[in-house]
Design a protein around this ligand. Structure first.
Ligand code: HEM
Length: 458
């Protein structure tokens, strides 16, 4: 979104559904559970039950929660406590002074100018993926593109961090990140999910984090031995490209690197999978995308200077992230008594919101279920209503620190692959959504790909 106006105020008090309200849905479809609460009770709900929380679905309330980071709303909630066991005290879960220092270091290495240096690597990884699929193209065989996007985005973040050191370790890193995703997607239930309980899940997580840290430390040691420069890891060691921010300790770097890999690859992978899904369903959008790629790029590979010029490609991505926000759910802990809307919240209360529901709010989006990148055209009225109706990367001080990296990656991969290949969803594909930590197609996305010829024949 281009403008940042004040959202319309919200002053209502929260509705209180009975605790049994559609609770059965929580087991089957978490995103539908929150959607139904909103449908039945409105934009501010106080839910008391086996788990208790305030659910907000209005941009003004979401804005207050996200801007109150560290002060009135922090991440000391049961769900984030669970994440701490994987992410240690990394940026994703840090608070206070520790967060400030880590944020400064991460911001320096992931700024817009810095990420331009990773464009070529992103193009190369996408081209390698296309080359891997060529034999399947020739046989007209269908395959699941979701794990392929996972592999591709893991290669991108892995090579950006470790350069050549990543390629030999890809399988292990993939196994570790999947184990952490699996662990993090579980609800914070008492006893069996407590840290002290020797469940197979807990023991597996401990082993995973130990092995993952061991690998990162070996990469750190070898970088230092070789005096390696470039690569996110080396930059993090130096406190940023100009060495200004205080360098982090090895333990801090291990947490940050783990957070960047886990938080920074599944999100992008899911976004790209949804983009292929929507392009298949919306041929007119795909056609306009190809026209823009033709006009701006012709037959040469994309370069970082092209990224801001690919405005329609970016609109396609914005709209994909609206309908399918990868991190669909957010929650915060209330640190002290605070007024939110017309209610008084107390220390220890939990506030939650669903990006999935917010991004489809009929009060803020016209025909919210329709995939229409044009709603993100610069200057469109719909955009100016409220930035906090659209928060795929969060907002306020804790907005995603990887947003420039992610947006460049999404534009580069979409542009590179869409020009080379026609990607069609297999008509037999069974579509269902699965909302765990990220929201993805439950059965992956089976596609057939065909090589595109010269631009005139598209
Ligand atoms: C499409 C891709 C991505 C999406 C949708 C996404 C989404 C988000 C969201 C919603 C948050 C804020 C959560 C909150 O409010 O607490 C966040 C934070 C964060 N993201 Fe991303 N992210 C993406 C890619 C990345 C990448 C590529 C990296 C790293 C290279 C990254 C690293 C982080 C970190 C470290 C934080 C914590 C920031 C802080 O609390 O100060 N993300 N991300």
């Amino acid at each position: 979104m281009t403008s940042d106006p004040e959202p319309a105020p919200f002053a209502g008090t929260p509705a209180r559904p009975p605790w049994s309200h559609k609770l059965w849905m929580l087991a089957g479809s978490r995103e539908r559970f929150f959607e139904r609460l909103i449908q039945d009770y409105g934009d501010f709900v106080e839910y008391r039950g086996p788990i208790s929380f305030y659910l907000v679905n209005h941009p003004a309330l979401v804005k207050q929660v996200l801007q109150g980071a560290h002060d009135t709303f922090d991440k000391n909630s049961p769900l984030y406590d669970r994440f701490r066991r994987a992410f240690g005290s990394g940026l994703v879960v840090a608070e206070g002074e520790s967060w400030k220092r880590r944020r400064a270091a991460a911001q320096k290495v992931l700024g817009p100018r810095q990420v331009e240096g990773y464009c070529e690597l992103m193009v190369r990884a996408a081209e390698q993926a296309a080359a891997r699929w060529l034999p399947l193209c020739r046989r007209d065989a269908s395959f699941d593109i979701a794990p392929e996007m996972d592999r591709l985005t893991l290669e991108i973040i892995g090579r950006s961090l470790f350069q050549d050191g990543f390629d030999g370790a890809q399988e292990s890193v993939q196994r570790w990140t999947h184990a952490i995703d699996h662990f993090s997607s579980k609800a914070p239930l008492p006893v069996i999910r407590s840290a002290w309980f020797p469940s197979p899940l807990n023991l597996r997580l401990e082993r995973t984090v130990r092995e993952f840290h061991g690998f990162i430390q070996r990469m750190l040691d070898s970088n230092r031995r070789d005096g390696s420069e470039g690569g996110l890891l080396s930059l993090l060691c130096g406190g940023g490209p100009d060495g200004e921010a205080a360098p982090l300790s090895d333990a801090e770097i291990r947490d940050e690197v783990l957070g960047m890999i886990v938080g920074g690859h599944e999100t992008s992978s899911v976004a790209l999978t949804w983009a292929w899904y929507e392009l298949d369903r919306n041929p007119a959008v795909e056609q306009r995308l190809l026209e823009e790629l033709d006009t701006v790029l012709g037959d040469r590979p994309i370069e970082s200077a092209d990224v801001p010029r690919l405005t329609y490609t970016r609109m396609v991505i914005d709209e994909t992230l609206r309908l399918h926000p990868p991190f669909w759910f957010e929650n915060r802990n209330v640190t002290r008594e605070v007024e939110l809307g017309g209610a008084t919240l107390r220390a220890g209360d939990t506030v939650a919101f669903s990006r999935y529901a917010l991004h489809r709010h009929p009060g803020f989006w016209n025909d919210p279920e329709v995939f229409d990148p044009n709603r993100f055209s610069p200057g469109k009225e719909e955009n100016r209503r409220s930035t906090y109706a659209y928060v795929p990367f969060g907002g306020g001080p804790r907005v995603c620190v990887g947003v420039h990296f992610a947006m460049q990656e999404l534009v580069v991969v979409l542009a590179t692959l869409a020009r080379k290949l026609r990607i069609r969803v297999d008509p037999r594909h069974r579509h269902e959504v699965r909302a765990l930590l990220t929201m993805r197609p439950k059965h992956g996305l089976r596609v057939r790909v065909a090589q595109r010829q010269a631009s005139s024949s598209r």
